[in-house]
Write a protein that binds this ligand. Sequence first.
Ligand code: NAD
Ligand code: TYD
Length: 354
Amino acid sequence: MAKRNILITGGAGFIGSHVVKLFVSKYPDYSIYNLDKLTYAGNLENLRDIEDKPNYKFIHGDICDNALLEENFKKYGFDSVIHLAAESHVDRSIHDPQQFVLTNVIGTLNLLRCAQNWWGNSPGENLFYHISTDEVYGSLGPSGLFSETTPYDPKSPYSASKASSDHFVRAYGNTFNLPILISNCSNNYGPFQFPEKLIPLTINNIIEKKPIPIYGKGENIRDWLYVADHANAIDLVFHKGAIGETYNIGADNEWTNLSLVELICQKMDAKLDRRAGESGGLIQFVTDRAGHDLRYAIDAAKIKTELNWQKSYSFEQGIDLTIDWYLSNHEWLDRVKSGEYRKYYQGMYKDLTQ
Ligand code: NAD
Ligand code: TYD
């Protein structure tokens, strides 16, 4: 296996930490550099399993900081980028769209400029792989699927910022010959997801016997993929994807929000030895999200046929693993909620500023 110097951005977040752990463990000959700003969503505790490995290095930094990017490209000679750093929560994008433009659009553009600057017009074995979302395609009615050729139609500030970053990545591929790849994935779930997203929020509130907020009537539909399956797809696209291409990644696993939350309630009543129906009583319907996309669903035929990808976890397995992980990692949940992980970071990297 050829050696690689890979910059992974956003590796302290939910999906990024799974990708970093996979690459560090599976490819000991690769050097993996995780650049992360450690926003509220970034947590170095997610990386404890691999933080001492010789082929892993953490870089505390912001993708909006051009000088820092230049300095690190120069210092470490990255030959590839897997770009996951982003503001990722739709609800936050409704309250603070500007931060989404800064991180998701300007930050991505900075990385592209830096990569193009360092790799030049003959980029050889280099690769800029951008991780994106199915939300760029907009919202589906009751039928139909998003394919790679579905026209972009983003409807939230989050998806508009991700769509814009995708366009810049393709523009750099076309204009500067930068070797690019993009994948657009459906909703992920699994261990280490910040408890502002639907599944960990539901699990957390059931543990704490707090109300579970469901927007509108709970009729919106999402396709849920276990995070390890996404990380495996990213590994495959990184190594086997055809330069310039886009791959949609999905689970063929659609749930209305209400039926998903009800399933988690039932499972957790059994796991926590609570009365059947107890957690369901916590469900509360609240004011709908503004501009709430009705349905996302993916046609993943391309990655299945061209790269031979398939998911390994059934939803039954994935959701059990997820609930069990949160139940046995109370401390992680408590620390994330209290901001305790920042102290962990300060203790761990005493010599760094910020
Ligand atoms: P997350 O919010 O859990 O993690 C994002 C990470 O990026 C955090 O560690 C954060 O500290 C870091 N970050 C934010 N701003 C930064 C900046 N300016 N500079 C450096 N680092 C910064 O997000 P996630 O759910 O793991 O998503 C990762 C990527 O995958 C995102 O690009 C997202 O759009 C995409 N995606 C997510 C999903 C999903 O269901 N979560 C689905 C499809 C695609
Ligand atoms: P979320 O996990 O925020 O992901 P996304 O908006 O990117 O799909 O939300 C998933 C679905 O759950 C979405 O339709 C909004 C809904 N939702 C609720 O009903 N209540 C909640 O408290 C949250 C966070 C989300």
